[in-house]
Ligand binder design. Structure first.
Ligand code: VGL
Ligand code: ZN
Length: 198
């Protein structure tokens, strides 16, 4: 069955020292590079926000990072400024073998909507185009790795399962933010959606 490895948001801002550092975020890079060898297709995603993006706490008077707010599309966690287009923080980790990627897909560029998932913005309906790319190439079996387990990996895996792809998340090659139990909730939700956790 045609397979792809989807490497989610392995960017400087999500690694130690970055603006939205995920604990141990850089530990997974070597293992991801080794896993790439097993896949005919490798797709890399990149969180890619304009300055003053609506998901940044700094864009909302009186809010601080990790507060939540109501957006027209639902609840939204407000983050520290991160992955701003063209900055060092938005670059892929220097050791990630991005040369193996046949597609690098960017998301979160719409100022008014965040985009955790590689498939849809956070309104869960505006597509990024990744579904079409996979379908036109006949790829229906996906393995996901990267950052963060409980946000972008979780949303990507749930959307892929909903779209009918076979999905495996290699949790050993992911790391989590874990806000208020969000990791446990994400793992339960992925399991319930039929995602294989390996
Ligand atoms: C992510 C929070 C904000 C992620 C991206 O990659 O999981 N999390 N933007
Ligand atoms: Zn983001």
């Amino acid at each position: 069955m045609p397979r792809a490895l989807i490497v989610i948001d392995v960017q400087n801002d999500f690694c130690p020292g970055g603006a939205l550092a995920v604990p141990g975020g850089d530990e997974i890079v070597g293992g991801i590079n080794r896993l790439m060898v097993d896949f005919p297709s490798v797709i890399v995603t990149q969180d890619w926000h304009p300055a003053r993006h609506s998901s940044f706490a700094s864009s909302h008077a009186g809010k601080t990072p990790y507060d939540t707010t109501e957006m027209p599309y639902g609840a939204q966690v407000l983050w520290p400024d991160h992955c701003i287009q063209g900055t060092t923080g938005a670059r892929l980790h220097a050791d990630l073998n991005a040369d193996r990627a046949d597609l690098i897909i960017r998301k979160g560029y719409n100022p008014a909507i965040d985009s955790y998932s590689a498939f849809f913005e956070n309104d869960r309906s505006t597509p990024t185009g990744l579904e079409g790319y996979l379908r036109t190439r006949g790829i229906n079996d996906l393995t996901m790795v990267g950052l963060a387990t409980d946000f972008c990996v979780n949303f990507s895996a749930l959307d892929a399962a909903r779209l009918g792809f076979a999905v495996t998340v290699r949790t050993d090659l992911c790391r989590a933010i874990d806000l208020d139990g969000s990791l446990a909730t994400a793992l339960d939700g992925m399991k319930a959606a039929g995602v294989t956790l390996a």
